[in-house]
Design a protein around this ligand. Structure first.
Ligand code: RP5
Length: 149
């Protein structure tokens, strides 16, 4: 994520990754405040065993796009709600990536879904994660009542 201030939202992602037993790292990597850290992380991510990168950032949220430009790993972007524009700035910065370098953009503050989507991608080659995800989805379905209280 781009800042410590994104963590309250990105914790949701951590929550589902833990439930689905997916190994992860949580880091602050800012495209503009720590550009060298962003380069080093992105360029070595594949070699370091990452399968998916989830980038949460707000405002002029260029983190996901910049990371995506430095790796061919799938990059999922979580636009974080901003104070001034309620996250519309973050959303448009991420979703409007120019042709050639895609970012899979989630909803504003959609950190939980980013984790689920990462699990779906990982499920393509990891049977254990696939079965954890399927189980979690079954439980979710069963938890939905037929009638409201
Ligand atoms: C972005 O600027 C971060 O991703 C964060 O959402 C936003 C504000 O950062 P702080 O000023 O709270 O550190 O880089």
């Amino acid at each position: 994520m781009g800042s410590q201030s994104d963590y309250s939202v990105m914790k949701d992602c951590q929550k589902i990754l833990k439930i689905l037993k997916i190994k992860y790292q949580v880091l602050i990597v800012s495209a503009h405040r720590t550009p060298k850290r962003m380069f080093a992380f992105s360029e070595s991510a594949e070699k370091n065993g990452f399968a998916v990168i989830i980038a949460g950032a707000g405002g002029a949220a260029h983190l996901a796009g910049m990371v995506a430009s430095l790796t061919t790993l799938p990059v999922l972007g979580v636009p974080i709600e901003s104070k001034k524009l309620k996250g519309l700035d973050s959303l448009l910065s991420m979703v409007q990536m120019p042709k050639g370098i895609p970012v899979g953009c989630l909803a504003i503050d959609g950190a939980f879904n980013a984790g689920i989507l990462a699990a779906s991608i990982i499920s393509n080659f990891d049977e254990k994660v696939k079965s954890n995800l399927e189980k979690w989805r079954r439980i979710q379905t069963l938890s939905i009542k037929k009638k409201p209280k």
